[in-house]
Design a protein around this ligand. Structure first.
Ligand code: HEC
Length: 155
């Protein structure tokens, strides 16, 4: 009989403990919800306002432009977005117009000095995409001089 009573006593203890744990979990859940909600789109204490990042459609294309990055929508876009917008803005990529050789050299430079990872097969896809959609522009700057006939300056 006393064993039976002990059993009920213990069950009640366990039951009470469960209620406490559930209440704590519920309260912290609600707290976390409100903290997160406040962290978005609310001005900081120093008055800085952050725009909420529209992540619902990270790969939305409008008028042939990948909205999030500004890249032209063409074959190789996704590989370029995935590998070339992690460390710096896509603008840095777009404004640099180079031929394939210089793109490969730039990628090699980033791999050697900036921790860019190996791109594997994607390297050719990305360079093709860049050369095709952002071809080097020669206008506005003259070509480098070649085969010059230098002459000695006489005193
Ligand atoms: C791991 C980080 C990282 C990734 C990923 C990355 N870059 Fe860079 N890249 C850098 C850093 C750092 C610089 C130097 C930025 C600066 O000078 O402000 C740079 C500079 C550049 C420049 C300017 C080079 C110059 O001569 O001024 C170009 C163009 C460029 N990156 C293109 C790319 C392309 C294309 C890809 C995708 C294949 C890419 N980046 C991916 C880190 C990265």
């Amino acid at each position: 009989m006393s064993e039976n009573r002990n059993f009920w006593k213990n069950s009640r203890r366990v039951y009470r403990l469960l209620i406490v744990i559930c209440t704590l979990a519920l309260v912290s859940g609600i707290l976390i919800f409100y903290i997160n909600r406040d962290a978005q789109g609310e001005p900081e204490a120093d008055g800085t306002e952050y725009t909420k990042f529209e992540d619902e459609e990270p790969n939305r294309i409008e008028n042939g432009i990948h909205v999030r990055t500004g890249f032209i929508d063409a074959p190789g876009l996704q590989e370029t977005v995935n590998n070339c917008t992690n460390c710096h803005s896509a603008k840095l990529v777009i404004q640099n117009r180079m031929n394939a050789e210089r793109w490969h050299a730039t990628i090699r430079w980033m791999q050697e000095t900036q921790n860019l990872w190996p791109l594997g097969d994607n390297e050719d896809i990305i360079v093709d995409y860049l050369v095709t959609n952002y071809p080097p522009q020669n206008k506005g700057r003259r070509e480098g001089l070649e085969n010059l006939d230098w002459y000695e300056l006489k005193p």
